[in-house]
Write a protein that binds this ligand. Structure first.
Ligand SMILES: [Cu+2]
Length: 135
C-alpha cells in the first residue's frame, strides 16, 4: 500500500503529542516575540539616539552631527555582511566596530567625547561615513 506523506509544519508532530500545552507555548512565543519587536521599534525614538541604515552598500545618512552622549545605531538592510569599523581604511582607530552579518544585524555606540569619528566598511572600503559629535 502506498503511503501518502502530507506536508506538515515541523511543530505539528510534537504538538500532536503534547496537545494543548504546546499550543499555549506557541501563543506565548508569538506574544513575547511581538513585545520584543515593539520595544525594538521604540528604541529608535528619542532625543539621544539616532539611526544609520546600511542599504545598497551605503551608510544612510553617511554624515551625522550629534550631541555628546548620543547613541548611534547602525542596522544592516543588505543581505551581505558589512562592518562598521572606526577610523579610515588607512588608519583604523579601534574606537568602535562590529561586523553586521546580513539583514537585520545591528550595532550601537554611545559617543561621549566631542570630535569627528570617521568609519567605514572593511569589506567594501568605498563605504564610508562620519559622525561629528559636539558638546
Ligand atoms: Cu560593506
Amino acid at each position: 500500500m502506498k503511503r501518502v506523506r502530507h506536508w506538515l509544519p515541523w511543530w505539528v508532530a510534537p504538538c500532536k503529542a503534547l496537545g494543548l500545552a504546546c499550543l499555549s507555548a506557541l501563543v506565548l512565543v508569538s506574544v513575547v516575540g511581538y513585545s520584543v519587536s515593539a520595544e525594538r521599534t521604540s528604541e529608535g525614538v528619542g532625543a539621544n539616539q539616532t539611526a544609520v541604515t546600511i542599504k545598497t552598500f551605503q551608510f544612510n545618512p553617511n554624515r551625522l552631527e550629534v550631541r555628546t552622549g548620543t547613541k548611534v545605531t547602525w542596522t544592516n538592510q543588505d543581505e551581505v555582511l558589512h562592518t562598521v569599523t572606526s577610523g579610515t581604511p588607512e588608519t583604523r582607530d579601534g574606537r568602535f566596530g562590529s561586523p553586521l552579518d546580513g539583514k537585520g544585524a545591528a550595532t550601537s555606540v554611545t559617543l561621549t567625547e566631542p570630535g569627528t569619528y570617521p568609519y567605514f566598511c572593511e569589506r567594501h572600503q568605498s563605504m564610508q561615513g562620519e559622525i561629528r559629535v559636539q558638546q
